[in-house]
Design a protein around this ligand. Structure first.
Ligand code: NAP
Length: 285
């Protein structure tokens, strides 16, 4: 099977390179230099030429705060380009695995969001990602949309790497404690995606949630990152979102229910602390 990965130099794309290592299938890794997903012609051409059966779209505009100012760019990548991918997948009979976000929700819930919960994004990033999901549904292509949250890894820029660095160099840090969700180790999500492909479960189309198990605040997450990194000299104190204003409003609660995912694909999902330990070990190497 020929599998096209877009946005392959990002966190999830890099994790997919590792997770697919040794597969009998042919994974083709592309980032914007090889394949700019905003080019409908280029997308259609590669899917046809390489006889692609599965596209895993890891490409995205992920700068949540910058998106408030760069609305058109965020929309072009997270919505219009996704519509291109979906149309080409429909035309060439390929399955699209697409990654979406917890930021499509408004965070007003008090229990985990299911795949059927009503979306109501609070910021531009969330709106453009939701528009991408809708474009996929409208295209009629076979698809698996996976909504994830708080993605981190040993690759690229993310909260885990930033907190690990800051807790090693600063004597004190303040981290918001009133935004609650679940971190997702990109390695776990990549392994789950490869499992779906390799175990031939691509016909289980629909929308799914995936994050690690458990619930924490960004403050809890930061404390555990510092502890596992051995950075005990840094005093981390909780603060409220109002004390740390950002351009984009973020949901206060974005815990995702993973029941549908784990039951459908027979996958046991690790607790966030266990996976964080794996990531910190990788960062120590
Ligand atoms: N990060 C999170 O916390 C988070 C949370 C929930 C959901 N998600 C979703 O999870 C997915 C993977 O996220 P990630 O953290 O791995 O993202 P990432 O690290 O930002 O990687 C995205 C990759 O896509 C590339 N890209 C941007 N525009 C492109 C284009 N026009 N054509 C081709 N490639 C392009 C980026 O290149 P440049 O770096 O050069 O722009 C980057 O290499 C995304 O769909 C994201 O929305 C992420």
């Amino acid at each position: 099977m020929n599998i096209l990965i877009t946005g392959a130099n990002g966190q999830l794309g890099s994790a997919l390179r590792e997770a697919s290592n040794g597969s009998i299938h042919h994974y083709i890794f592309t980032d914007v230099e090889e394949l700019d997903i905003t080019s409908a012609v280029a997308v259609d051409e590669i899917i046809k030429r390489e006889e692609i059966e599965v596209v895993v779209n890891c490409a995205a505009y992920t700068a949540v705060d910058r998106a408030e100012e760069e609305v058109d760019t965020a929309d072009k990548i997270n919505h219009l380009a996704v519509a291109n991918l979906a149309k080409s997948c429909a035309k060439h009979n390929a399955t699209l695995i697409h990654i979406s976000t917890d930021y499509i929700f408004d965070g007003e819930a008090t229990s985990p969001y299911t795949e059927d919960s009503a979306p109501a994004p609070l910021n531009i990033y969330g709106r453009t990602k939701l528009a991408g999901e809708c474009a996929i549904a409208e295209s009629g292509c076979r698809h698996i949309v996976i909504r994830t949250s708080w993605l981190y890894s040993q690759f690229g820029h993310n909260f885990c790497k930033t907190m690990r660095r800051l807790s090693a160099t600063e004597s004190s840090l303040r981290v918001v404690c009133d935004q609650v969700g679940t971190p997702t180790y990109a390695g776990d999500l990549a392994e789950a995606i490869v499992h779906i492909i390799e175990s031939n479960q691509l016909s289980k189309c629909g929308t799914y949630n995936f994050s690690n198990e458990g619930v924490c605040s960004w403050y809890d997450f930061a404390v555990e990152i510092a502890r596992l990194s051995g950075n005990t000299a840094c005093a981390i104190t909780p603060c409220r979102s109002e004390e740390y204003p950002t351009k984009a409003i973020r949901p206060r609660y974005s815990v995702l229910s993973k029941e549908k995912f784990s039951q459908s694909f027979s996958i046991e999902i690790a607790k966030w602390q266990e996976s964080l330990k794996k990531c910190i070990e990788r960062l120590k190497e």
